[in-house]
Design a protein around this ligand. Structure first.
Ligand SMILES: C[S@@+](CC[C@H](N)C(=O)[O-])C[C@H]1O[C@@H](n2cnc3c(N)ncnc32)[C@H](O)[C@@H]1O
Length: 233
């Protein structure tokens, strides 16, 4: 007999898979075709050039669906022009391109796979060639664990990029930076496989979502979203 919890989990995964496919095949292919960017497709770490001891903890490259990103940012009820937006595991840079539509003071992508990083750099150059401002966008080819947290209000985005050892080091870095300079910071964590690593971080508090919003999220997002903010936010 399958318990109702297992049945719920199977149904939820199946619904998530269908929503993700609709986004990838119908909506996001059009995004790349319309804009000339290259952000689609999935790639496994073993298909990529990654020079890091943390390669074994990396998730595959899959981009966040474009509409999902716009809805996720709507969760932050704050003046975005105060913040830097940082995508940990930025892949081909889709989130950086979408973040460029918003008034962030800086936009940073951190990606350790050479091919993905190079594609992201090309996409940002393409955005500039289309006449958009890109001086505030940086693509860092490096391991997220070694990334120095900017000393300003930040919104960190993570689409289930890595496993526990890397996530712990990234959270240590954010916490140390916050302790040096307490300031507003948010973490937006899509497809959160490691919520327990956030639970004992006293400097971060979960941002509660109204149950109606959670229900809409469930259909709008292929995976769940957790949002945290610092006490100073
Ligand atoms: C699920 S993809 C997300 C891509 C992008 N953030 C998006 O939402 O469209 C996760 C990305 O994290 C990258 N990644 C995994 N571990 C990393 C690490 N330690 N440092 C930097 N990038 C990493 C992977 O190479 C992959 O491109």
């Amino acid at each position: 007999m399958i318990s109702s919890a297992i049945l719920r989990r199977i149904t939820s995964r199946a619904v998530g898979g269908v929503i993700r496919r609709v986004h990838n095949h119908l909506l996001d292919r059009r995004f790349d075709q319309r804009t000339g960017f290259q952000t689609g497709g999935a790639m496994q770490p073993w298909q990529l050039t990654i020079n890091s001891e943390n390669v074994g903890f990396a998730s595959e490259y899959t981009p966040t669906p474009t509409r999902v990103f716009r809805r996720i940012l709507g969760v932050v009820n704050d003046d975005l022009s105060k913040f830097a937006f940082i995508d940990f595991g930025s892949g081909k840079g889709r989130m950086l391109l979408l973040a460029a539509e918003l008034p962030f003071v800086a936009i940073e992508g951190v990606e350790f796979a050479a091919e993905l990083h190079e594609t992201a750099v090309g996409n940002v150059a393409n955005l500039a060639a289309q006449g958009f401002r890109t001086e505030h966008i940086s693509c860092h080819h490096m391991d997220a664990a070694a990334y120095a947290i900017p000393d300003r209000p930040c919104i960190f985005y993570m689409y289930n990029p890595f496993g526990a050892p890397v996530m712990s080091r990234v959270l240590d870095n954010i916490e140390a930076s916050y302790n040096r300079n307490p300031r507003p910071m948010y973490v937006l964590y899509l497809n959160p496989k490691l919520p327990h690593l956030f639970a004992d971080r006293a400097f971060l508090r979960p941002v509660p979502r109204a149950s109606a919003a959670r229900l809409i999220d469930r259909f709008a997002f292929p995976e769940p979203l957790l949002v945290y903010r610092t006490a100073a936010a």
